[in-house]
Write a protein that binds this ligand. Structure first.
Ligand SMILES: NC(=O)c1ccc[n+]([C@@H]2O[C@H](COP(=O)([O-])OP(=O)(O)OC[C@H]3O[C@@H](n4cnc5c(N)ncnc54)[C@H](O)[C@@H]3O)[C@@H](O)[C@H]2O)c1
Length: 311
């Protein structure tokens, strides 16, 4: 079933965006990608997709793209790093907040029916105890990245109502899987795997007992399609698996598979990082029928293989 004919995926040449693009193409939709290729790669998307290299903050360009028959926008473009957002809070707010406002602004005159926003677990406060948090849990971001995402969420909700668009806010938890870009900042599974394959010693910040939820990129991408296909006008949903895994456990699972002799090096915890954060995903399950299909243990081998082949 095709609900809309044409989609815009910002950041579509990146990790999560490129998987969303694939699913939209499978549905027979026309897809336009806007990406500045600062992190994303042209090779991540098939040739039939029209790739426009540009910045989400560029008013003229965004006006032109959005007003050219786009019916649904998946806004994935962002500077994705909690740590970098502390070092460079201006750039983080400029891209992650103002980039979002710029896209929404362009929708005023366009025929866009739905806006799907890639938000983050970073909007939440640290959880005081190891229990899953639902969407009503305190939003008190510990980083500039989380503050910009939370502010952007609020712009999305308000302006979508104003412009009569459907709005879906998807708060992704730690996403892993093929095509995750290697940076020292994002994606502990990708970072540890790359370093271990090179025989290097990964660093764990803090005790390693931080609890996180690791969700496969294909599940995250599918949640976007489910949100598009649902009939809800407004959604705010946690997207994860609902399981809590410590960083030490991730290290252990990878070292068992790659090189059991490598031991981690521990360094002081970094500001802005949450200690306990894993979601209750029952709202996504109930409202859009989201059910994670990929399990961390059985996916790790294929993630390691992918990184081996592409490194
Ligand atoms: N990876 C995760 O674990 C995770 C968790 C929570 C939320 N998210 C959110 O999901 C979205 C996608 O993240 P990802 O992991 O795929 O990261 P990514 O870096 O692979 O993708 C982001 C894309 O945006 C592009 N981009 C950056 N700045 C841009 C700009 N100014 N104009 C146009 N394009 C720009 C990059 O080139 C890249 O292709 C982001 O909004 C991120 O905040 C990711």
């Amino acid at each position: 079933m095709m609900k809309y004919k044409k989609a815009l995926v910002t950041g579509g040449a990146g990790f999560i965006g490129s998987h969303i693009v694939e699913l939209l193409l499978d549905k027979g939709m026309e897809v336009v990608v806007l990406d500045d290729l600062s992190v994303g790669k042209k090779e991540n998307i098939p040739n039939e997709v029209s790739l426009i290299r540009g910045d989400v903050r560029d008013r003229e360009l965004v006006d032109k793209i959005v007003n050219d028959g786009v019916e649904v926008i998946f806004h994935e473009a962002a500077k994705v790093s909690i740590r970098a957002s502390i070092e460079n809070c201006y750039e983080d707010a400029d891209i992650n907040l103002m980039g979002t406002v710029n896209l929404l602004r362009a929708c005023r005159t366009a025929d866009v029916k739905q806006f799907v926003f890639a938000s983050s677990m970073g909007v939440y406060a640290d959880s005081p105890k190891p229990q899953p948090i639902d969407e009503d849990f305190t939003t008190e971001p510990a980083s500039p990245y989380g503050i910009a995402k939370l502010a952007a969420e609020k712009y999305c909700l308000l302006l979508c109502r104003e412009f009569n668009m459907r709005c879906a806010i998807l708060r992704y938890f730690n996403t892993y899987g093929p095509r995750q870009t290697f940076t020292p900042y994002v994606g502990v599974i990708t970072i540890f795997t790359r370093l271990m394959l090179e025989g290097k010693q990964p660093v764990i910040f803090g005790s390693g007992e931080q609890l996180r939820d690791y969700v496969h990129v294909k599940d995250v991408a599918r949640s976007n399609i489910l949100a598009m296909d649902s009939d809800h006008r407004e959604l705010i949903l946690n997207i994860g698996t609902g399981n809590a895994v410590s960083v030490n456990r991730i290290f252990e699972m990878l070292s068992q598979r790659i090189n059991p002799d490598i031991k981690p090096r521990y360094e002081a915890e970094r500001p802005g990082e949450l200690k306990i954060s894993f979601p209750d995903i029952s709202r996504a399950r109930n409202l859009i029928n989201y059910k994670p299909e990929h399990d961390l243990k059985s996916e790790l081998d294929s993630v390691i293989q992918y990184i081996k082949n592409n490194h």
